[in-house]
Design a protein around this ligand. Structure first.
Ligand code: ADP
Ligand code: GLC
Length: 481
Protein backbone atom coordinates (compact mmCIF):
# COMPACT_ATOMS: atom_id res chain seq x y z
CA UNK A 1 0.00 0.00 0.00
CA UNK A 2 1.48 3.33 -1.10
CA UNK A 3 0.66 5.91 1.56
CA UNK A 4 1.46 9.59 1.18
CA UNK A 5 1.75 11.43 4.52
CA UNK A 6 1.04 15.14 4.13
CA UNK A 7 2.23 17.38 6.94
CA UNK A 8 3.93 20.69 7.65
CA UNK A 9 6.74 19.64 10.00
CA UNK A 10 8.91 16.62 10.68
CA UNK A 11 11.40 15.71 13.42
CA UNK A 12 14.37 16.23 13.49
CA UNK A 13 14.41 18.81 10.70
CA UNK A 14 11.58 21.14 11.67
CA UNK A 15 9.53 20.93 14.85
CA UNK A 16 7.19 23.23 16.72
CA UNK A 17 5.37 20.51 18.66
CA UNK A 18 4.33 16.88 18.87
CA UNK A 19 3.09 16.83 15.26
CA UNK A 20 6.73 16.74 14.13
CA UNK A 21 7.51 13.81 16.43
CA UNK A 22 4.59 11.88 14.94
CA UNK A 23 5.49 12.78 11.34
CA UNK A 24 9.08 11.72 12.00
CA UNK A 25 8.24 8.34 13.53
CA UNK A 26 5.12 7.13 11.72
CA UNK A 27 6.64 6.46 8.25
CA UNK A 28 9.25 4.00 9.56
CA UNK A 29 6.60 2.20 11.63
CA UNK A 30 4.27 2.00 8.62
CA UNK A 31 7.10 0.59 6.51
CA UNK A 32 7.64 -2.14 9.11
CA UNK A 33 3.89 -2.84 9.01
CA UNK A 34 4.16 -3.50 5.28
CA UNK A 35 3.20 -0.14 3.74
CA UNK A 36 5.24 1.94 1.34
CA UNK A 37 5.16 5.38 2.94
CA UNK A 38 6.38 8.64 1.52
CA UNK A 39 5.91 12.13 2.93
CA UNK A 40 4.95 15.41 1.31
CA UNK A 41 6.22 18.60 2.93
CA UNK A 42 6.45 22.32 2.19
CA UNK A 43 9.89 23.48 1.07
CA UNK A 44 10.90 25.24 4.28
CA UNK A 45 14.66 25.90 4.42
CA UNK A 46 15.47 23.20 7.06
CA UNK A 47 13.54 20.61 5.06
CA UNK A 48 15.32 21.45 1.80
CA UNK A 49 18.62 21.37 3.69
CA UNK A 50 17.84 17.83 4.87
CA UNK A 51 16.85 16.57 1.42
CA UNK A 52 19.52 14.61 -0.44
CA UNK A 53 19.55 13.17 -3.97
CA UNK A 54 16.80 15.65 -4.85
CA UNK A 55 15.44 15.75 -8.37
CA UNK A 56 12.51 17.61 -9.88
CA UNK A 57 9.64 15.25 -10.68
CA UNK A 58 7.03 17.74 -11.83
CA UNK A 59 6.03 21.35 -12.21
CA UNK A 60 2.85 21.84 -10.22
CA UNK A 61 0.42 24.15 -12.05
CA UNK A 62 -1.02 27.29 -10.48
CA UNK A 63 -4.51 26.86 -9.03
CA UNK A 64 -6.44 30.13 -8.69
CA UNK A 65 -3.95 32.47 -7.01
CA UNK A 66 -1.97 29.55 -5.58
CA UNK A 67 1.30 29.89 -7.49
CA UNK A 68 2.96 27.17 -9.56
CA UNK A 69 5.85 25.34 -7.87
CA UNK A 70 8.42 22.66 -8.46
CA UNK A 71 7.86 19.26 -6.89
CA UNK A 72 11.09 17.64 -5.72
CA UNK A 73 11.65 14.04 -4.68
CA UNK A 74 14.60 13.05 -2.52
CA UNK A 75 15.71 11.29 0.64
CA UNK A 76 15.21 12.71 4.09
CA UNK A 77 18.03 10.64 5.54
CA UNK A 78 17.53 12.08 9.03
CA UNK A 79 13.96 10.74 8.99
CA UNK A 80 14.64 7.56 7.02
CA UNK A 81 11.96 8.28 4.44
CA UNK A 82 11.62 9.43 0.85
CA UNK A 83 9.98 12.81 0.59
CA UNK A 84 8.26 15.00 -1.93
CA UNK A 85 8.95 18.64 -1.23
CA UNK A 86 7.02 21.56 -2.69
CA UNK A 87 9.74 23.98 -3.70
CA UNK A 88 8.50 27.56 -3.73
CA UNK A 89 10.96 30.01 -2.17
CA UNK A 90 8.40 32.81 -2.41
CA UNK A 91 5.94 30.85 -0.26
CA UNK A 92 8.16 29.00 2.18
CA UNK A 93 11.58 30.56 2.59
CA UNK A 94 11.10 33.38 5.05
CA UNK A 95 12.36 34.80 8.31
CA UNK A 96 10.51 33.44 11.35
CA UNK A 97 8.83 30.08 11.91
CA UNK A 98 6.85 27.88 9.55
CA UNK A 99 3.53 29.57 10.32
CA UNK A 100 4.36 33.02 11.67
CA UNK A 101 7.00 35.73 11.45
CA UNK A 102 9.64 36.45 14.08
CA UNK A 103 7.08 38.55 16.02
CA UNK A 104 4.67 35.56 16.11
CA UNK A 105 2.30 37.20 13.61
CA UNK A 106 0.79 34.55 11.31
CA UNK A 107 1.82 35.07 7.69
CA UNK A 108 -1.03 36.80 5.86
CA UNK A 109 -0.88 34.37 2.92
CA UNK A 110 -1.01 31.15 4.97
CA UNK A 111 -4.12 30.11 3.05
CA UNK A 112 -2.08 30.14 -0.18
CA UNK A 113 1.00 28.56 1.40
CA UNK A 114 -0.89 25.56 2.76
CA UNK A 115 -3.35 25.25 -0.13
CA UNK A 116 -0.18 24.83 -2.23
CA UNK A 117 0.76 21.84 -0.11
CA UNK A 118 -2.71 20.28 -0.37
CA UNK A 119 -2.96 20.79 -4.13
CA UNK A 120 0.43 19.07 -4.47
CA UNK A 121 -1.03 15.97 -2.80
CA UNK A 122 -3.86 15.98 -5.33
CA UNK A 123 -1.40 16.29 -8.23
CA UNK A 124 0.52 13.30 -6.90
CA UNK A 125 -2.73 11.34 -6.68
CA UNK A 126 -3.33 12.22 -10.33
CA UNK A 127 0.09 10.85 -11.27
CA UNK A 128 2.45 13.87 -11.12
CA UNK A 129 5.21 11.35 -10.41
CA UNK A 130 4.53 8.58 -12.95
CA UNK A 131 6.80 6.19 -11.04
CA UNK A 132 4.93 6.43 -7.71
CA UNK A 133 1.26 7.18 -7.29
CA UNK A 134 -0.23 7.02 -3.79
CA UNK A 135 -3.03 4.55 -3.13
CA UNK A 136 -4.07 6.54 -0.08
CA UNK A 137 -3.30 10.02 1.22
CA UNK A 138 -3.00 10.66 4.96
CA UNK A 139 -3.19 14.35 5.85
CA UNK A 140 -2.29 15.81 9.26
CA UNK A 141 -3.75 18.85 11.05
CA UNK A 142 -5.15 22.05 9.57
CA UNK A 143 -2.15 22.76 7.33
CA UNK A 144 -3.02 19.69 5.26
CA UNK A 145 -6.78 19.93 5.85
CA UNK A 146 -7.76 20.94 2.31
CA UNK A 147 -6.12 17.78 0.92
CA UNK A 148 -9.26 15.60 0.89
CA UNK A 149 -11.21 18.44 -0.78
CA UNK A 150 -8.47 18.89 -3.41
CA UNK A 151 -8.47 15.14 -4.09
CA UNK A 152 -12.19 15.24 -4.69
CA UNK A 153 -11.98 18.42 -6.79
CA UNK A 154 -9.51 16.87 -9.24
CA UNK A 155 -11.47 13.62 -9.43
CA UNK A 156 -8.60 11.52 -8.11
CA UNK A 157 -10.06 8.27 -6.90
CA UNK A 158 -7.66 8.07 -4.00
CA UNK A 159 -9.12 7.96 -0.48
CA UNK A 160 -7.94 10.26 2.29
CA UNK A 161 -7.43 9.73 5.98
CA UNK A 162 -7.25 12.88 8.07
CA UNK A 163 -5.70 13.11 11.52
CA UNK A 164 -6.62 15.80 14.03
CA UNK A 165 -3.64 16.49 16.26
CA UNK A 166 -5.23 19.54 17.82
CA UNK A 167 -8.74 20.82 17.15
CA UNK A 168 -7.81 24.20 18.63
CA UNK A 169 -5.89 25.23 15.52
CA UNK A 170 -8.31 25.14 12.59
CA UNK A 171 -6.85 27.36 9.88
CA UNK A 172 -9.60 29.93 9.55
CA UNK A 173 -9.71 32.42 6.67
CA UNK A 174 -12.20 34.68 4.90
CA UNK A 175 -14.60 33.85 2.09
CA UNK A 176 -12.54 36.12 -0.19
CA UNK A 177 -9.43 34.15 0.62
CA UNK A 178 -11.32 30.96 -0.24
CA UNK A 179 -11.97 32.34 -3.72
CA UNK A 180 -8.21 32.61 -4.30
CA UNK A 181 -7.61 28.89 -3.88
CA UNK A 182 -9.01 27.50 -7.12
CA UNK A 183 -11.41 25.12 -5.35
CA UNK A 184 -15.03 24.79 -6.55
CA UNK A 185 -17.40 27.51 -5.32
CA UNK A 186 -19.82 24.69 -4.52
CA UNK A 187 -17.61 23.47 -1.67
CA UNK A 188 -18.05 26.77 0.16
CA UNK A 189 -21.20 25.84 2.03
CA UNK A 190 -22.04 24.50 5.52
CA UNK A 191 -22.22 20.98 4.10
CA UNK A 192 -18.65 21.49 2.88
CA UNK A 193 -15.70 23.50 4.16
CA UNK A 194 -17.51 26.69 5.12
CA UNK A 195 -17.78 27.41 8.81
CA UNK A 196 -20.11 30.33 9.69
CA UNK A 197 -19.15 32.26 6.58
CA UNK A 198 -15.43 31.53 6.85
CA UNK A 199 -13.07 29.10 5.16
CA UNK A 200 -11.97 26.42 7.63
CA UNK A 201 -9.12 24.10 6.63
CA UNK A 202 -9.79 21.73 9.54
CA UNK A 203 -13.45 21.41 8.59
CA UNK A 204 -12.42 20.54 5.01
CA UNK A 205 -10.41 17.62 6.39
CA UNK A 206 -13.22 16.50 8.67
CA UNK A 207 -15.86 16.77 5.96
CA UNK A 208 -14.12 15.35 2.88
CA UNK A 209 -11.84 12.63 4.31
CA UNK A 210 -12.99 9.01 4.06
CA UNK A 211 -11.72 8.37 7.59
CA UNK A 212 -10.86 10.68 10.49
CA UNK A 213 -8.47 9.81 13.26
CA UNK A 214 -7.28 11.64 16.30
CA UNK A 215 -4.44 10.89 18.65
CA UNK A 216 -6.18 9.21 21.59
CA UNK A 217 -9.43 7.34 22.19
CA UNK A 218 -10.52 9.72 24.96
CA UNK A 219 -9.94 12.82 22.80
CA UNK A 220 -11.92 11.11 20.02
CA UNK A 221 -14.85 10.98 22.44
CA UNK A 222 -14.31 14.43 23.98
CA UNK A 223 -14.37 16.28 20.65
CA UNK A 224 -17.85 14.95 19.95
CA UNK A 225 -19.16 17.16 22.77
CA UNK A 226 -19.56 20.95 22.75
CA UNK A 227 -17.06 21.60 25.57
CA UNK A 228 -14.12 20.21 23.59
CA UNK A 229 -15.56 20.21 20.09
CA UNK A 230 -14.40 23.75 19.19
CA UNK A 231 -17.51 24.15 17.04
CA UNK A 232 -16.88 20.88 15.15
CA UNK A 233 -18.65 18.53 17.57
CA UNK A 234 -21.81 18.29 15.44
CA UNK A 235 -19.84 17.30 12.35
CA UNK A 236 -17.72 14.88 14.40
CA UNK A 237 -20.84 13.26 15.87
CA UNK A 238 -22.25 12.91 12.37
CA UNK A 239 -19.02 11.16 11.31
CA UNK A 240 -18.54 9.12 14.47
CA UNK A 241 -18.66 5.86 12.49
CA UNK A 242 -15.43 6.81 10.71
CA UNK A 243 -13.69 8.51 13.65
CA UNK A 244 -10.96 6.51 15.41
CA UNK A 245 -8.65 7.43 18.28
CA UNK A 246 -5.12 6.03 17.88
CA UNK A 247 -2.57 6.77 20.58
CA UNK A 248 0.78 8.20 19.55
CA UNK A 249 3.87 6.18 20.30
CA UNK A 250 7.35 6.88 21.58
CA UNK A 251 10.17 6.81 19.06
CA UNK A 252 12.66 4.69 20.98
CA UNK A 253 15.47 5.70 18.63
CA UNK A 254 15.07 9.19 20.06
CA UNK A 255 13.61 8.68 23.54
CA UNK A 256 15.14 5.75 25.41
CA UNK A 257 17.08 6.28 28.66
CA UNK A 258 19.43 3.35 27.96
CA UNK A 259 20.50 4.76 24.59
CA UNK A 260 19.93 8.51 24.80
CA UNK A 261 23.18 10.27 23.83
CA UNK A 262 21.89 13.65 25.03
CA UNK A 263 21.82 12.77 28.76
CA UNK A 264 24.82 12.59 31.13
CA UNK A 265 24.31 8.93 32.13
CA UNK A 266 22.25 6.12 30.64
CA UNK A 267 19.99 3.84 32.67
CA UNK A 268 17.11 1.41 32.54
CA UNK A 269 14.45 0.05 34.88
CA UNK A 270 16.83 -2.54 36.30
CA UNK A 271 19.62 -0.08 37.01
CA UNK A 272 18.50 3.37 38.04
CA UNK A 273 21.91 4.66 39.23
CA UNK A 274 22.29 6.55 35.95
CA UNK A 275 19.07 8.41 36.66
CA UNK A 276 20.46 9.62 39.99
CA UNK A 277 23.52 10.89 38.13
CA UNK A 278 21.29 12.72 35.65
CA UNK A 279 19.50 14.37 38.58
CA UNK A 280 22.73 15.42 40.30
CA UNK A 281 24.08 16.83 37.04
CA UNK A 282 20.87 18.77 36.55
CA UNK A 283 20.97 20.33 40.03
CA UNK A 284 24.61 21.21 39.60
CA UNK A 285 24.24 22.63 36.11
CA UNK A 286 21.13 24.63 37.00
CA UNK A 287 22.45 26.11 40.22
CA UNK A 288 19.72 24.43 42.26
CA UNK A 289 20.51 23.21 45.76
CA UNK A 290 22.36 19.91 45.28
CA UNK A 291 20.25 17.51 47.28
CA UNK A 292 19.28 14.05 46.01
CA UNK A 293 16.38 14.00 48.48
CA UNK A 294 14.62 17.03 47.01
CA UNK A 295 12.15 16.03 44.31
CA UNK A 296 12.47 17.94 41.04
CA UNK A 297 9.24 18.74 39.21
CA UNK A 298 9.65 19.63 35.54
CA UNK A 299 7.64 21.06 32.65
CA UNK A 300 8.73 20.87 29.00
CA UNK A 301 6.07 22.59 26.98
CA UNK A 302 4.71 25.19 24.66
CA UNK A 303 3.51 27.99 26.94
CA UNK A 304 -0.13 28.30 25.88
CA UNK A 305 -3.59 28.32 27.44
CA UNK A 306 -4.04 24.65 26.49
CA UNK A 307 -1.31 23.43 28.81
CA UNK A 308 -2.75 24.82 32.07
CA UNK A 309 0.55 26.35 33.12
CA UNK A 310 -1.07 29.31 34.89
CA UNK A 311 -2.07 26.68 37.46
CA UNK A 312 1.59 25.72 37.84
CA UNK A 313 2.51 29.39 38.33
CA UNK A 314 -0.13 29.67 41.02
CA UNK A 315 1.05 26.64 43.00
CA UNK A 316 4.80 27.29 42.68
CA UNK A 317 5.11 29.03 46.08
CA UNK A 318 3.53 26.04 47.90
CA UNK A 319 5.59 23.60 45.84
CA UNK A 320 8.82 25.28 46.93
CA UNK A 321 7.61 25.65 50.50
CA UNK A 322 7.12 21.87 50.59
CA UNK A 323 10.79 21.38 49.77
CA UNK A 324 10.56 20.58 46.08
CA UNK A 325 12.47 22.10 43.17
CA UNK A 326 11.07 23.14 39.80
CA UNK A 327 12.64 23.38 36.33
CA UNK A 328 10.81 24.56 33.22
CA UNK A 329 11.78 24.62 29.57
CA UNK A 330 9.30 26.31 27.31
CA UNK A 331 8.44 29.02 24.87
CA UNK A 332 5.29 30.80 23.84
CA UNK A 333 2.95 33.25 25.49
CA UNK A 334 5.03 36.35 26.42
CA UNK A 335 3.31 37.26 29.74
CA UNK A 336 3.64 33.65 30.88
CA UNK A 337 7.33 33.61 29.96
CA UNK A 338 7.81 36.74 32.05
CA UNK A 339 5.87 35.33 35.00
CA UNK A 340 7.96 32.13 35.07
CA UNK A 341 11.17 34.16 34.75
CA UNK A 342 10.10 36.32 37.70
CA UNK A 343 9.42 33.19 39.81
CA UNK A 344 12.92 31.90 39.03
CA UNK A 345 14.51 35.22 39.94
CA UNK A 346 12.71 35.17 43.29
CA UNK A 347 13.82 31.59 44.13
CA UNK A 348 17.08 30.88 42.26
CA UNK A 349 17.99 27.87 44.38
CA UNK A 350 14.67 26.14 43.86
CA UNK A 351 13.35 27.29 40.48
CA UNK A 352 15.04 27.24 37.11
CA UNK A 353 13.29 28.60 34.04
CA UNK A 354 14.72 28.44 30.55
CA UNK A 355 12.74 30.18 27.83
CA UNK A 356 13.44 28.85 24.37
CA UNK A 357 13.44 25.67 22.33
CA UNK A 358 16.25 23.28 23.26
CA UNK A 359 16.10 19.61 22.27
CA UNK A 360 19.10 18.37 24.35
CA UNK A 361 17.90 20.24 27.44
CA UNK A 362 14.43 18.69 27.03
CA UNK A 363 16.07 15.25 27.27
CA UNK A 364 18.21 16.26 30.26
CA UNK A 365 15.20 17.60 32.16
CA UNK A 366 13.07 14.56 31.46
CA UNK A 367 15.90 12.24 32.52
CA UNK A 368 17.01 14.20 35.59
CA UNK A 369 13.68 15.25 37.09
CA UNK A 370 11.49 13.10 39.33
CA UNK A 371 8.07 14.27 38.21
CA UNK A 372 6.85 15.76 34.93
CA UNK A 373 3.74 17.93 35.17
CA UNK A 374 1.17 18.12 32.36
CA UNK A 375 -1.91 19.81 33.89
CA UNK A 376 -3.56 20.52 30.53
CA UNK A 377 -6.98 21.99 30.03
CA UNK A 378 -7.25 19.70 27.00
CA UNK A 379 -4.66 17.34 25.51
CA UNK A 380 -5.25 15.38 22.30
CA UNK A 381 -2.48 12.91 23.17
CA UNK A 382 0.55 14.55 24.78
CA UNK A 383 4.01 13.17 24.34
CA UNK A 384 6.02 14.48 27.27
CA UNK A 385 4.10 12.32 29.75
CA UNK A 386 4.99 9.30 27.57
CA UNK A 387 8.65 10.34 27.62
CA UNK A 388 8.35 10.77 31.40
CA UNK A 389 7.00 7.22 31.74
CA UNK A 390 9.86 5.82 29.64
CA UNK A 391 12.45 7.72 31.72
CA UNK A 392 10.98 6.83 35.13
CA UNK A 393 10.01 10.46 35.65
CA UNK A 394 6.51 10.02 36.95
CA UNK A 395 3.80 12.02 35.18
CA UNK A 396 1.50 14.25 37.19
CA UNK A 397 -1.34 14.89 34.75
CA UNK A 398 -4.91 16.03 34.52
CA UNK A 399 -7.46 13.35 33.60
CA UNK A 400 -8.17 14.55 30.06
CA UNK A 401 -7.56 13.36 26.48
CA UNK A 402 -4.49 11.25 25.91
CA UNK A 403 -3.23 11.97 29.42
CA UNK A 404 -6.19 10.00 30.81
CA UNK A 405 -5.43 7.14 28.43
CA UNK A 406 -1.74 6.81 29.22
CA UNK A 407 -1.23 7.43 32.95
CA UNK A 408 -2.67 5.25 35.73
CA UNK A 409 -3.17 7.06 39.01
CA UNK A 410 -1.43 5.72 42.10
CA UNK A 411 -4.67 4.95 43.94
CA UNK A 412 -4.24 2.42 46.73
CA UNK A 413 -5.76 -0.33 44.63
CA UNK A 414 -3.64 0.49 41.56
CA UNK A 415 -0.55 0.48 43.79
CA UNK A 416 -1.61 -2.81 45.26
CA UNK A 417 -2.21 -4.32 41.84
CA UNK A 418 1.09 -2.98 40.42
CA UNK A 419 -0.67 -0.85 37.80
CA UNK A 420 0.10 2.68 39.01
CA UNK A 421 2.33 4.80 36.75
CA UNK A 422 1.84 8.36 38.02
CA UNK A 423 -0.58 10.83 39.57
CA UNK A 424 -3.81 11.84 37.88
CA UNK A 425 -6.06 14.68 39.11
CA UNK A 426 -9.44 15.86 37.91
CA UNK A 427 -10.32 19.47 38.72
CA UNK A 428 -8.79 22.04 36.38
CA UNK A 429 -8.01 24.39 39.24
CA UNK A 430 -5.21 25.47 41.51
CA UNK A 431 -6.67 23.28 44.26
CA UNK A 432 -6.87 20.29 41.89
CA UNK A 433 -3.23 20.58 40.86
CA UNK A 434 -2.11 21.27 44.43
CA UNK A 435 -3.85 18.11 45.64
CA UNK A 436 -2.04 16.19 42.87
CA UNK A 437 1.29 17.65 43.95
CA UNK A 438 0.67 16.64 47.58
CA UNK A 439 -0.07 13.08 46.47
CA UNK A 440 3.05 13.02 44.30
CA UNK A 441 5.12 14.19 47.27
CA UNK A 442 3.54 11.58 49.54
CA UNK A 443 4.41 8.86 47.04
CA UNK A 444 7.92 10.26 46.63
CA UNK A 445 8.51 9.88 50.37
CA UNK A 446 7.46 6.20 50.27
CA UNK A 447 10.64 5.13 48.55
CA UNK A 448 9.78 1.47 48.04
CA UNK A 449 6.42 2.27 46.47
CA UNK A 450 7.92 5.10 44.42
CA UNK A 451 10.46 2.73 42.91
CA UNK A 452 7.79 0.14 42.17
CA UNK A 453 5.71 2.77 40.35
CA UNK A 454 8.82 3.88 38.45
CA UNK A 455 9.44 0.33 37.31
CA UNK A 456 5.84 -0.08 36.17
CA UNK A 457 6.03 3.27 34.34
CA UNK A 458 9.24 2.28 32.57
CA UNK A 459 7.79 -1.06 31.51
CA UNK A 460 4.87 0.58 29.65
CA UNK A 461 5.19 0.14 25.90
CA UNK A 462 3.73 2.94 23.83
CA UNK A 463 4.87 1.51 20.65
CA UNK A 464 4.75 3.01 17.17
CA UNK A 465 4.42 -0.55 15.87
CA UNK A 466 1.06 -0.86 17.62
CA UNK A 467 -0.10 2.55 16.33
CA UNK A 468 1.01 1.65 12.79
CA UNK A 469 -1.11 -1.52 12.89
CA UNK A 470 -4.12 0.56 13.82
CA UNK A 471 -3.43 3.09 11.04
CA UNK A 472 -3.13 0.20 8.57
CA UNK A 473 -6.60 -0.98 9.64
CA UNK A 474 -7.95 2.53 9.12
CA UNK A 475 -6.34 2.72 5.67
CA UNK A 476 -7.88 -0.61 4.69
CA UNK A 477 -11.28 0.63 5.85
CA UNK A 478 -10.87 3.89 3.88
CA UNK A 479 -9.86 1.94 0.78
CA UNK A 480 -12.91 -0.27 1.10
CA UNK A 481 -15.32 2.67 1.54
P1 ADP B 1 2.17 19.74 21.74
O1 ADP B 1 2.31 19.10 20.43
O2 ADP B 1 0.78 20.13 22.08
O3 ADP B 1 3.12 20.87 21.93
P2 ADP B 1 3.21 17.23 22.81
O4 ADP B 1 3.39 16.81 24.22
O5 ADP B 1 2.48 16.32 21.91
O6 ADP B 1 2.54 18.67 22.87
O7 ADP B 1 4.61 17.43 22.11
C1 ADP B 1 5.51 18.40 22.49
C2 ADP B 1 6.87 18.04 21.91
O8 ADP B 1 7.66 19.22 21.85
C3 ADP B 1 7.65 17.07 22.78
O9 ADP B 1 8.53 16.33 21.95
C4 ADP B 1 8.44 18.02 23.70
O10 ADP B 1 9.59 17.41 24.21
C5 ADP B 1 8.77 19.12 22.74
N1 ADP B 1 8.97 20.43 23.34
C6 ADP B 1 8.03 21.29 23.80
N2 ADP B 1 8.58 22.44 24.21
C7 ADP B 1 9.91 22.31 23.99
C8 ADP B 1 11.06 23.17 24.21
N3 ADP B 1 10.90 24.39 24.70
N4 ADP B 1 12.27 22.69 23.87
C9 ADP B 1 12.42 21.46 23.36
N5 ADP B 1 11.39 20.61 23.14
C10 ADP B 1 10.16 21.04 23.44
C1 GLC C 1 -0.85 18.20 19.19
C2 GLC C 1 -1.43 17.98 20.57
C3 GLC C 1 -0.69 16.95 21.39
C4 GLC C 1 -0.30 15.75 20.54
C5 GLC C 1 0.46 16.21 19.32
C6 GLC C 1 0.90 15.06 18.42
O1 GLC C 1 0.09 19.21 19.16
O2 GLC C 1 -1.53 19.19 21.30
O3 GLC C 1 -1.51 16.53 22.47
O4 GLC C 1 0.49 14.86 21.30
O5 GLC C 1 -0.34 17.05 18.55
O6 GLC C 1 -0.17 14.26 18.00
Amino acid sequence: MRVLQVCAEIFPLLKTGGLADVAGALPAALALAGAQPRVLLPGFAPILAGLSNARTVATLPARGQVPAAQLLLGDLAACGVQAYVVDSPALYQREGGPYADAQQRPFTDNHLRFARLCWAAAELALGADPSWRPGLVHAHDWHAGLTPACLQAVGAHVPAAYTVHNLAYQGSFSADQYRQLGLPELYFQPDGLEFHGTLNFMKAGLHYAQHITTVSPTYAREIQHPEQGMGMDGLLRARADVLTGILNGVDEAVWHPAMDALIPANYDAGKLAGKARCKAALQQQLGLTEDAGKPIFTVVSRLTEQKGLHLVLAVLPQLIARGAQFALLGTGDAPMQDAFRAAATAHPQSILVRIGYDEPFAHQLIAGADIIMVPSHFEPCGLTQLYGLAYGTLPLVRRVGGLADTVTDCSLEALDEGRATGVVFDAFSEAGLDAGIRRALALYRRRGEWKAVQRTAMSQRHDWAEAAQQYMAVYRQALAS
